[in-house]
Design a protein around this ligand. Structure first.
Ligand SMILES: [Zn+2]
Length: 223
């Protein structure tokens, strides 16, 4: 598999997860910023390699083989992000771009040694679960911040869009994994949210709250 092929597999995996079904050529082209005709060529290649199932005019899904490859890539990506952050002190907005390159290193032995060296972490620096290490938590439901209720306290669990400028903005307001926020108000007009974080008030746009995941804090009603 080439690096480009692997990037396709990973993107199809995320899209399939998001749409809970068939992934269209157009949606792949859109997320990867590639012409639809190039995507069609690639789908043919992935088809012959047994990585995807293809339904004409409808779209693709990953085969079990494709899915396994996607999970391996995601695991490597998140382990490298953790390594860069924990062992080399990179900040959380720097690690994603580097991990995009490191995830393509082909060595199961290296992945296993890295995993062992990091002591089998369950989450990456953005709070995303690491496949194979993460054990499903049964007790607490994770919410998209855009879907929570006013006047409750929540704990930040993960960031879904780990791009640099977004994380830099979160740095500015000192919002991290594990931060506790109190939801003061949600604007009905545009769904922007007013939160309290470390005794400061901030406004978060819907674009921001759509990409942050939280759990309800134990004693969630603020006194
Ligand atoms: Zn990443």
């Amino acid at each position: 598999m080439t690096i480009v092929e692997e990037d396709y597999i990973k993107n199809i995996y995320y899209l399939e997860d998001e749409k809970k079904g068939l992934v269209t050529t157009n949606s792949i082209a859109e997320t990867m910023n590639i012409k639809a005709s190039s995507v069609s060529d690639m789908i043919q290649r992935l088809l012959t390699k047994g990585m995807v199932n293809y339904k004409k005019y409808q779209g693709v899904t990953l085969t079990p083989k494709g899915r396994q490859l996607a999970l391996d890539l995601i695991k490597k990506h998140r382990l490298w992000e953790t390594f860069l952050s924990v062992k080399l002190n990179f900040s959380w907005e720097e690690v994603h771009d580097l991990a995009e390159q490191l995830e393509h290193i082909q060595s199961e032995k290296l992945t296993n040694k890295l995993n062992n060296f990091l002591d089998y972490p369950m989450f990456d620096p953005h709070g995303e679960p690491i496949p194979g290490n993460y054990k499903e938590r049964k007790t607490k439901k994770q919410w998209k911040l855009s879907k929570v209720k006013v006047a409750h306290e929540y704990i930040i669990e993960s960031i879904k869009k780990p791009d640099k400028t977004f994380l830099e903005y979160l740095n500015k307001i000192n919002l991290k994994i594990g931060s506790v926020i109190f939801v003061r108000n949600i604007e009905t007009y545009n769904h922007s949210m007013e939160i309290e974080l470390e005794n400061q008030n901030y406004f978060l746009t819907k674009e921001i709250t759509e990409n942050i995941y939280v759990i309800l804090k134990e004693n969630h009603i603020k006194k």
